[in-house]
Design a protein around this ligand. Structure first.
Ligand code: NAD
Length: 349
């Protein structure tokens, strides 16, 4: 895909896999170099893009260079955006190394970085030439990062595949133990779901918005937590619960389905309630959702499930403007979920 290769990765993945990939390219006498940045969501910024692009110029990378994004979703989004803009665009390849990146972010061509007030607010649609998925990378991935990736897996099941949701309810323990055979099947199923959605609406003019289920509230939580308090999948887990409640309040999901979603996320070990501290007051969350990319003329839109396995569409549109009262109540109720679970357990005994 190029006459030379620029591996872009983060500080952790560089040591785990980057250096050995670099060596393999060099052994084959291919022109290659590696550029890294500090690991973490808070470095997914324009500043990092600028620094990497300057380094690429210094190292004489030209238009025939192919960028290799080696890492998790942060690397994929950022390196993809560098590829989209460097010398007005060079080829790039995704090599995802986290579960989240394998099941979601490496597929679909959304690239970009965060602004201080807006998650993923600066970027471009830019497709990779190839995505190489190797589940072996997951052997080094810490458990919390496996859980983080499972959040998007659950999302795909809720929006598109009821049977897959049932399967996850029964097999989540095997997924947590990173059973490689099952993991490969799950990654494949997720890539199928995501790519089918993207094929229908690459630039997210309507249908693709369904993959944003959980993300209106989730992104607001990430911004309010300064991209440090929550991992992406954790914020989306809470977002999916709040948004499931919104769907219920406007007459779609039933109580039992909302409970099943909560229980699965809870069993996986993902956070399931809106934090209580003042940084995450309901007013602040509501204000932060105004910056969501789906917001139009001050109105906030939600991509919601209609039932488990199906997404809601009204008048041909896959996002809805929910009434403020439904959003407020859903946020409020999502604060006392743990108490509610305990109550349910007590009632069962
Ligand atoms: P991440 O890239 O920060 O990776 C998490 C951590 O795992 C990092 O510290 C990383 O260094 C480390 N790591 C990566 N691979 C490893 C491995 N194999 N072994 C051990 N450690 C490893 O985070 P993420 O959760 O992969 O991605 C989250 C990002 O993805 C967010 O910025 C989110 O907005 C984005 N995202 C994008 C899309 C999209 O369509 N473009 C979709 C979903 C999420």
């Amino acid at each position: 895909f190029g006459k030379s290769y620029c591996i872009i990765t983060d500080s952790k993945v560089k040591n785990l896999f980057g250096k050995s990939l670099l060596k393999q390219f060099k052994n084959k006498k291919i022109k290659v170099d590696l550029i890294s940045f500090s690991a973490g969501e808070k470095y997914k910024t324009i500043k990092t893009v600028e620094r990497i692009s300057e380094q690429m110029l210094e190292r004489n990378f030209d238009r025939k260079t192919c960028v290799i994004a080696l890492g998790g979703g942060v690397v994929g989004d950022l390196a993809g955006f560098v590829a989209a803009t460097y010398l007005r665009g060079v080829n790039f390849i995704q090599v995802p190394t986290t579960l989240l990146a394998m099941v979601d972010s490496s597929v679909g061509g959304k690239t970009g970085v965060n602004l201080s007030k807006g998650k993923n607010s600066f970027g471009a649609f830019y497709q990779p030439k190839k995505v190489y998925v190797c589940p072996e990378f997951l052997k080094k991935l810490p458990k919390p990062e496996i859980k983080n990736g499972l959040s998007e897996v659950v999302k795909h099941a809720i929006i598109k595949d009821k049977e897959f949701f049932n399967y996850l309810e029964q097999n989540y323990k095997k997924l947590l133990s990173v059973d490689s055979k099952i993991m490969s099947q799950v990654i494949k199923r997720n890539c199928e779901i995501k790519s089918r959605v993207v094929e229908k609406d690459e630039k997210e003019s309507n249908y693709r918005q369904i993959v944003n289920y959980g993300h209106t509230i989730g992104h607001a939580l990430e911004v309010l937590g300064n991209y440090k308090k929550f991992k992406h999948g954790e914020a989306i887990s809470i977002g999916m619960i709040v948004e499931a409640r919104i769907s219920q309040k406007i007459g779609y999901l039933n109580e039992k389905e909302v409970d099943r979603i909560k229980k699965l996320l809870h069993n996986i070990g993902l956070p399931v309630k809106v934090p209580k501290d003042s940084k995450f007051s309901i007013k602040k969350i509501m204000n932060a959702t105004q910056k969501d990319k789906k917001a139009v003329a001050g109105n906030v839109y939600y991509a919601l499930p209609k039932s488990i396995g199906k997404t809601l569409s009204r008048n041909g549109k896959y996002v809805v403007k929910a009434p403020n009262s439904a959003i407020l109540r859903s946020l409020e109720e999502s604060r006392w979920f743990v108490f509610q679970l305990l109550q349910e357990k007590l009632m069962m005994h």
